[in-house]
Ligand binder design. Sequence first.
Ligand SMILES: CCCCCCCCCC/C=C\C/C=C/C(=O)SCCNC(=O)CCNC(=O)[C@H](O)C(C)(C)COP(=O)(O)OP(=O)(O)OC[C@H]1O[C@@H](n2cnc3c(N)ncnc32)[C@H](O)[C@@H]1OP(=O)(O)O
Ligand SMILES: Cc1cc2nc3c(=O)[nH]c(=O)nc-3n(C[C@H](O)[C@H](O)[C@H](O)COP(=O)(O)OP(=O)(O)OC[C@H]3O[C@@H](n4cnc5c(N)ncnc54)[C@H](O)[C@@H]3O)c2cc1C
Length: 669
Amino acid sequence: MEAGGAGEVDHLAGERATAQFDVDHMKVAWAGSRHAVDVADRMARLVASDPVFRKDNRTMLPRKELFKDTLRKAAHAWKRIVELRLTEEEANLLRLYVDQPGYVDLHWGMFVPAIKGQGTEEQQKKWLPLAYKFQIIGCYAQTELGHGSNVQGLETTATFDPKTDEFVMHSPTLTSSKWWPGGLGKASTHAVVYARLITEGKDYGIHGFIVQLRSLEDHSPLPGVTLGDIGGKFGSGAYNSMDNGVLRFDHVRIPRDQMLMRLSQVTKEGKYVHSNVPKQLLYGTMVFVRQTIVADASKALSRATCIAVRYSAMRKQFGPQTGGPETQVLNYKTQQSRLFPLLASAYAFRFVGEWLKWLYTDVTHKLEAKDFSTLQEAHACTAGLKAVTTSATADGIEECRKLCGGHGYLNSSGLPELFATYVPACTYEGDNVVLLLQVARILMKTVSQLASGKQPVGTMAYMGNVQYLMQCKCGVNTAEDWLSPAAIREVFEARALRMAVNCAQNINRAPSQEEGLYELSPDLLEVAVAHIQLIIVTKFIEKVEQDIPGEGVKEQLRNLCNVYALYLVHKHLGDFLSTGCMTARQGALANQQLGKLYAQLRPNAVALVDAFNYTDHYLGSVLGRYDGNVYPALYDEAWKDPLNDSPVPDGYREHLRPLLKQQLKLSRL
Ligand SMILES: CCCCCCCCCC/C=C\C/C=C/C(=O)SCCNC(=O)CCNC(=O)[C@H](O)C(C)(C)COP(=O)(O)OP(=O)(O)OC[C@H]1O[C@@H](n2cnc3c(N)ncnc32)[C@H](O)[C@@H]1OP(=O)(O)O
Ligand SMILES: Cc1cc2nc3c(=O)[nH]c(=O)nc-3n(C[C@H](O)[C@H](O)[C@H](O)COP(=O)(O)OP(=O)(O)OC[C@H]3O[C@@H](n4cnc5c(N)ncnc54)[C@H](O)[C@@H]3O)c2cc1C
């Protein structure tokens, strides 16, 4: 059943009637434009109405069948994209709503961007048309068995042979086996492989190479190439639809022009030439994907909160002492204090994701004009926001499962699979701790440059206001004072800066900078988190300050923004108090205001998740159904489990019957 379909009984109608804002306009605010709502709606319904894209049986499929199902869906999606002549925007949305991780994600999401970002014009002309038409399938083969985070530690070699004008790709050790790349195990014909470039006897470090892995005739691995899937992963269904793979090379030769040569080149004679650009541009594909992962975080968290809010509105437990109807669990203050910050976070991540996309596009234009000044800002923002939003989303999905009680643990709730599919986002595209330490190092560098008068820019500009922020006092006197965006912004800026300065001072006391960074790394993580939370809060405030049409929409977004900020104040009160940014009384007032905001949010909760405009197909949850008619659906769903195919289970004759007979004998004794 789909959102708002005709002829349904809406069990949540009462909830929808209490909304104090125009849901249709909120859909526009969420999606970014009316066009974005319409096109997403069209693609979601196209997928939901196509039986090939059915996914309600996914968690019951054995791995081989699941993988075949993924291949079928990917091929069918491509057929529909071609038949309907979908635009790139429509095609991306269609794939999103198919909602099954598979090789296409890496083909479009990493292989193509790697060639675009690191290939010369000539290389792009040769490879991209093949990739665009799916005449080749590509993946991104960087991580190895022995090294993932430490990219400079990769061991695969690409040794140039001037005699044949070829590179020789080789995996010298077991630990140099490529390990994890999605799509590599079974589907890809090609890969962008990251390997140490060796020419004229010298190791020039990591570079990218396009390597064909499988025959385009019969898909068998090419000579010298060992390929396979790395095995089952966490959860049922979930990321098991993806063929994360292992790859080894035994002296495999590729033409010289398959080295991605936009950033550096090797001549026919074997001379290494590095263009006058920062080496870190090699990491450009990761920066691009980290940016998309932030947008995906809001999608995953909004799905989980949509399920938990709708279910909490229909689920009833206990009731007033005086008797009468049971209470909707959404009315319990504890339920609200666990759920509403997650709902607010979904909105916060949506808007910061929108801003990050703008930043990424802006930086890309500057890079094209050979202006590299914003590269560090792009790295810090993508790495930090990726880390903070994915960690909060993974934790948030699990909290939503608990918020749905026992039924949340059923696969049919959609939450176990959503969690299992989502949680590796904390690891891939950079382990979150490793990424936060990158942000912290940049913050420490910025603090050390303050003394020399260098003015920080971009999202670190606030650090230039050091004199004021190190000594300012929070002016909040009443709970309502916490509704001031200026007050919120100031305490978040002061907290982030004071934590950074304190940490920098402690590092300076260490025998060496390196030792200080090592010893204080747990503190550095917290410094990075404080800075990134400031960015998210700031971008939400800026969003709310824009012109937002629709009755009551702006007010709801302001409430959500305040919930997000004050929830963080409450959660990290220790940081705010220990840095002297506020008093314990002001902390208590923040919490008092938070309670009032939850009460204001309560009548709008169901409508706020309706604004995500998700179909029941995309949500994939019996508990999150648009119509709220949960119990009959839960009951029906149970009977679909293969274990219920027969009333007497397989194994009865061998294992249950003898046991039961034996007990019978004993009882007769
Ligand atoms: C069609 C659209 C759909 C798209 C959606 C697709 C989504 C598909 C999602 C599919 C799911 C999963 C796919 C998963 C894929 C992967 O996981 S690929 C592998 C990812 N691997 C990693 O992320 C590894 C993490 N490690 C690193 O990034 C680096 O090794 C690390 C940064 C940790 C350290 O690098 P070093 O070179 O050793 O650098 P360091 O000494 O620390 O720093 C030197 C210098 O460089 C700066 N720096 C580092 N990284 C960057 C960067 N990315 N950009 C710019 N600058 C960078 C750093 O700040 C230092 O600067 P300084 O000035 O010298 O101090
Ligand atoms: C589902 C999935 C899909 C993937 N897809 C791809 C893909 O398509 N292509 C690809 O190339 N790779 C892929 N990867 C690999 C992924 O990018 C790496 O797993 C990731 O970068 C983390 O690296 P690692 O596994 O080496 O972790 P490790 O670095 O070994 O991490 C282990 C632990 O050590 C800690 N640690 C590591 N370094 C430090 C440090 N300097 N300071 C403090 N703590 C540290 C980490 O925080 C973590 O707790 C995928 C991984 C997963 C799980």
